[in-house]
Design a binder for this molecule. Structure first.
Ligand code: DMJ
Length: 643
């Protein structure tokens, strides 16, 4: 038995090997107080109540004085409160520089931390490797086409002009846009919000380091780990997050592991998509941020080992590759691949070609895009979920979703276009057409409150089902508007952002389930329902990802407030006292959300990174005019020709 914990989150502790149980200290305390209260006589209870009332009256002026001091402690010279010290950023760490002796992962967070100065390698002019893809992209521009103006079905899109009226970084704290919302009194300063995310990261890292070091994922309850590919997935996914958060000691420890322990010469099957977005993407991004060629060398190694996946009759890649043997294959039960998987590896392979000047990586993924562009079976630009690696045709047609198996196809259309300097018109046309397809076929309003949501089409029937995964869409739409796409993309982004937030706050834990079903009939009591099987939360990033984009482009502080609430709820319901955070089974039961004993690598790679960037006031901390995030939140440079 464990004694009740004093922590203010539900403490999940383990009694004995493998057996976890909730130790809900708050509830325990409540029950015990209530029991004692019931044992008192009526006279005793009355006396206590009178005393409490008198104390309240006497202390009222002191309390209000105290609260006033809290709100204007900086101005009031008599206030006993000290002003909140601004977040002082640390000196950047140089590649190879040893960590300072006082920096341990257990240390208290000091104010002397923050983002390092980035390598900015993409900004180097005259680097021949920068020109490989750039020239090709320029060639693709049609003759006579005006710079930055694309026409799609009669609509002229000025791609040089942000339709949200901003350039990333232009919105300053005192701009009119910032006055749209103010942080409520429950919300902290920028410094303390950043610190709260760092604490969440360090708590996760502690669990990973103590129980899963060098393995794929932490199992925080059983204080062990699980393997997927056996390649240190969490560690690699988290590298650039640590760099961005300025966690030097942790970054150096992880880098040492990459240098000495990480090998891809292993007889293991890996999923092409997952290893591309997490491992190749993570290594490329860390190379760009640090300038350390260790990460580029590792990226080349994994990139070349993944290439056998493209050796298929159709050139549409297989889902799995054995990176040791160089043999690829589809899943055992089918020769299909998932559409999102084969169309969401392009940012990474294109960047690998640009850096190495070896065109085969870019050629392989461009071929996939070319084929998918031409395929029949789309519904107004929306794609089915499966594609056959022999025939190169869509299969299992009839289901159209922005959720699982299709989601990042749409994301990568826009992002490849941005990465390449907004010159590859076909990508833009496919993206804009798909968004029109979403509006025409998938967009509906819920009842009673009229939330805009993205449903699915299943064999001609509309289904009001929306995956949490779809919550990447507000961010992507906002990014498009920022890059000159129609202003109504931004309007839609804001509406969907509200819906995604509602998917959190309407749940008893304040955390979103994996899937919701919206009500559309008149007289509905609530806007959304959750089926029993869909009540889990895997610590996914999509909503906080979109909050980050929306805040960057609007500076509306409500998005930060929403992100702050979500972080608090992760802390309350998914934090494990011995280290790490866990996926949960039931977002509707705050007393027992039923932990799953797994911390996904994207919690460190994406969720906490986006929260950190959301709370940072610095628009140059990964500027959206210089970087494009891959679908695992690893920033890759926008190619220099576009800058
Ligand atoms: C991540 O691996 C990526 O964000 C991917 O695009 C979708 N699934 C997870 C996060 O939910």
């Amino acid at each position: 038995m464990h004694p009740p914990s004093r922590q203010d989150y539900i403490s999940i502790s383990v009694s004995g090997q493998g057996g976890g149980r909730y130790n809900n200290s708050k509830q325990w305390r409540r029950q015990s107080c209530w029991r004692k209260w019931k044992q008192l006589s009526r006279l005793q209870r009355s006396l206590i109540l009178v005393l409490l009332f008198i104390c309240g009256v006497v202390s009222y002026p002191l309390v209000t004085e105290h609260l006033r001091g809290l709100s204007d402690g900086v101005q009031d010279p008599n206030s006993v409160l000290r002003p909140v010290s601004p977040h002082v950023l640390p000196e950047p760490i140089q590649p190879g520089q040893p960590p300072l002796p006082e920096q341990t992962s257990q240390r208290k967070l000091s104010n002397k931390r923050g983002p390092p100065v980035f390598g900015n390698r993409h900004q180097k002019k005259g680097n021949t490797s920068d020109t490989v893809v750039e020239n090709k992209a320029v060639d693709s521009k049609k003759e006579g086409e005006e710079e930055g103006v694309i026409s799609w079905r009669g609509a002229v899109i000025d791609t040089g002009q942000a339709t949200d009226g901003t350039r990333d970084g232009e919105n300053k704290e005192n701009s009119p846009a910032t006055q749209k919302g103010t942080l409520s009194s429950s919300i902290k300063s920028e410094a303390s919000m950043l610190e709260a995310v760092q604490e969440a990261f360090l708590h996760s890292w502690k669990g990973y380091k103590d129980f899963a070091w060098g393995h794929d994922e932490l199992r925080p309850l059983s204080k062990s780990y699980s393997e997927w590919f056996g390649l240190g997935l969490t560690l690699i996914d988290a590298l650039d997050t640590m760099w961005i958060m300025g966690l030097k000691t942790e970054f150096e420890e992880a880098k040492a592991w990459v240098a000495t322990e990480l090998t891809f010469n292993k007889n293991v099957d890996v999923n092409l998509f997952e290893s591309t977005i997490r491992i190749l993407g993570g290594l490329l991004s860390t190379y760009h941020l640090t300038g350390d060629t260790l990460f580029l060398d590792k990226a080349k190694d994994i990139g070349s080992r993944l290439m056998p996946a493209f050796n298929t009759p159709s050139k549409i890649p297989y889902s799995d590759v054995n990176i040791g043997k160089g043999i690829a294959h589809p899943p055992r039960w089918t020769s299909d691949s998932t559409v999102a998987e084969v169309t969401s590896i392009q940012l990474e392979f294109r960047e690998l070609s640009r850096l190495t000047q070896e065109p085969q990586y870019q050629a392989a993924v461009a071929e996939v895009m070319k084929q998918v562009h031409k395929l029949d079976g789309k519904l107004d630009g929306l794609v089915p979920m499966f594609i056959n690696t022999n025939s190169g045709q869509f299969t299992h047609q009839g289901i159209y979703t922005l959720g699982a198996r299709a989601d990042s196809y749409y994301e990568y259309l826009l992002k490849q276009w941005i990465q390449g300097g907004k010159t590859e018109d076909q990508l833009l046309e496919d993206y804009v057409q798909a968004i029109e397809g979403v509006k025409k076929n998938l967009l509906q309003k819920s009842s009673p409150n009229g939330l805009t949501f993205v449903g699915e089409i299943s064999h001609g029937q509309f289904s009001p089902k929306m995956d949490h995964l779809v919550c990447f869409l507000p961010g992507t739409l906002a990014l498009g508007a920022h890059n000159g796409l129609p202003a109504d993309h931004m309007d839609l982004a804001k509406e969907l952002m509200e819906t995604c937030y509602q998917m959190y706050i309407q749940m008893e834990t304040g955390l979103s389930p994996e899937i919701v079903h919206f009500n559309m009939h008149q007289g509905s009591i609530r806007d959304l329902d959750v089926k029993l099987a869909d009540r889990h939360n895997l610590l996914r990033p999509e909503t906080v990802e979109s909050l980050f984009y929306l805040f960057r482009f609007t500076r509306d502080h409500k998005y930060r407030e929403w992100g702050w609430e979500i972080l608090q709820n992760f802390n309350k319901y998914t934090k494990v006292s011995s280290g790490g955070y866990t996926s949960i089974n039931n977002v509707r039961d705050p007393d027992y959300p039923s932990p799953r004993d797994k911390m996904e690598s994207f919690f460190l790679g994406e969720t906490l990174k986006y929260l950190y960037l959301l709370f940072s006031d610095d628009p140059d901390l990964i500027s959206l005019d210089q970087y494009v995030f891959n679908t695992e939140a690893h920033p890759l440079p926008i190619w220099p020709s576009a800058a």
